[in-house]
Design a binder for this molecule. Structure first.
Ligand code: GLP
Length: 244
């Protein structure tokens, strides 16, 4: 894993946006794996700026998102589909039909998971996957578990994850209890991975991801086994890493 230390959130966002921008410049038809959460807002804002300045063209880009809550309509303001339109897709020239998220309202969730996995293969796999980190070490919605889940699947969200995400909902009880997420195997097949981490609340998780044993109870630790991972983390997130 290559660690790029950023000064603060803004610096992390700029560095990550530059890596994504380079990917799109070098391969305009890239398949980008995208993530949601507060961590990504700054970098998506930058990508919109680059597009508006005429520096980036998303006309041929395809995207697949990591995850979606089960039970939320794509029009629901808390759904990840809504987040992506609001914070990125509506601000750039990506073709709406080239953007993909798991459907949280599929009648047959298992079939939806299998179809999403097949879709990623059909697109030719993910060129660059963006990841944030949960305070409990989760990536996507792959929660701490006894084994690494391989493919896209449905997951019961942990209480700590529901609490961490409650800030986006008007009432804590509105946070869905389940989600569909790419599996660890899906993520690990991406050709390049960019993990963005910001703030003191993620410092312990980042320490365990980067320096602890590879352990499904810290799902992000599996990234140690991927040959092309760039971690962009700000000073606060790096505060518990040794020798920094
Ligand atoms: C959510 C998402 C993850 C995200 C994580 C961190 O649970 N499913 O993909 O990386 O939380 O979110 P934030 O960036 O808001 O801290």
């Amino acid at each position: 894993m290559k660690l790029v230390q950023a000064k603060d959130y803004d610096d992390m966002s700029r560095k990550a946006a530059n890596l994504l921008a380079a990917q799109v410049v070098l391969r305009p038809e890239s398949v980008l794996g995208l993530a949601t959460g507060g961590t990504m807002l700054g970098l998506y804002g930058r990508l919109i700026e680059y597009y508006r300045q005429g520096d980036l063209d998303f006309g041929q880009v395809r995207t697949v998102n990591l995850d979606e809550y089960v039970g939320l309509q794509p029009t629901d303001a808390q759904s990840y589909a809504f987040y992506m339109r609001e914070n990125l897709f509506d601000g750039i020239n990506i073709r709406p039909e080239a953007t993909h998220l798991p459907s949280g309202i599929a009648a047959d969730v298992e079939a939806e998971c299998a179809a999403y996995e097949a879709l990623i293969q059909d697109l030719g796999g993910i060129d660059m996957q963006l990841l944030g980190l949960g305070p409990n070490g989760h990536i996507g919605f792959n929660e701490p578990a006894d084994a690494f889940p391989v493919a896209t699947h449905q997951i019961e969200l942990s209480e700590s994850t529901r609490q961490a995400n409650a800030r986006f909902f008007s009432r804590p009880e509105d946070v869905p209890t389940r989600a569909i997420t790419m599996g660890i195997g899906t993520i690990m097949q991406a050709r390049r991975i960019v993990l963005c981490v910001s703030g003191p609340a993620k410092a312990e998780a980042l320490r365990r991801v980067m320096t602890g044993p590879v352990d499904p109870r810290v799902p992000g630790s599996v990234l140690q086994l991927h040959p092309q991972v760039t971690v962009i983390a700000d000073r606060e997130a790096c505060s518990l890493l040794p020798n920094l």
